[in-house]
Design a protein around this ligand. Structure first.
Ligand code: ADE
Length: 225
């Protein structure tokens, strides 16, 4: 999968992309992440990318010119058109189903905004869909873009060591994940449930399913609809 990110702060992505699963996915050629700085497409000597909102009001708005020029440059770098996504609190709420849907794409083009938001013509002109990672306002779309990249990439074939390890994750079956334990079997007087030590895989699967259900009912009843 090719992932392009248009941002004013490409340096913010270095650490998440340079560690752990995302680093390995890049090293193994499973993903190609290309960061492009929108400011490089500013038209004036001040490298200006934002301006005051028409109609007044606080804050600044991202100008359409640099974003369009940046997008048109980036689009040509890849062979396929890709799915164009603006990260904004006005977007559709991101979830595991959306991550799974995006993981089927060959290319994603993510656009992270700053300031009070994007000039509306950016969304309209680029035909972009909008994604929000939750009902709160971040200082920019970069962290949201990283969340989307991480959640999508771990679903790609070959990215996780054990092919099954995304299957039991919370949300993948519409439920939270069951409780997990590792050694030691007794820790500060807290014991691992006997059933997990029994070696009876049928009983263990049944126990886990019941625990997942109970936990979902208690912590996230909204998931059960
Ligand atoms: N930019 C600012 N806040 C955001 C959010 N909650 N989701 C996506 N992008 C954002």
């Amino acid at each position: 999968m090719r992932i392009d990110v248009l941002t004013l702060f490409p340096e913010m992505f270095q650490s998440p992309l340079g560690c752990s699963i995302l680093k390995r996915a890049r090293d193994n050629g499973l993903i190609d992440v290309v960061l492009t700085n929108i400011r490089d497409f500013a038209a004036d000597n001040y490298k200006r990318v934002d301006d005051k909102p028409y109609g007044g009001g606080p804050g600044m708005v991202m100008m359409p010119g640099p974003v369009f020029d940046c997008f048109e440059y980036v689009e040509k770098l890849g062979t396929e058109k890709g799915r164009v996504i603006l990260l904004t609190p006005q977007g559709q709420k991101f979830n595991q189903a959306k991550a799974a849907e995006l993981s089927k794409e060959g290319r994603l083009i993510l656009i992270a905004g700053r300031y009070e938001g994007f000039d509306e013509r950016i969304r309209i002109g680029l035909g972009a869909e909008q994604i929000s990672i939750g009902d709160y306002v971040l200082s920019g779309g970069e962290l949201a873009a990283m969340v989307v990249v991480d959640a999508v990439v771990r679903l790609l074939a070959g990215v996780l060591g054990d092919e099954d390890s995304a299957k039991d994750d919370s949300f993948s079956e519409g439920l939270l994940e069951y409780p997990q334990y590792t050694r030691p079997s007794s820790f500060r007087n807290m014991k691992v449930p006997e059933i997990l030590l029994s070696g009876d895989h049928g009983k263990i699967a049944e126990w886990r399913r019941r625990q997942a259900l109970e936990r979902t009912k208690k912590c996230r009843p909204d998931l059960l609809g």
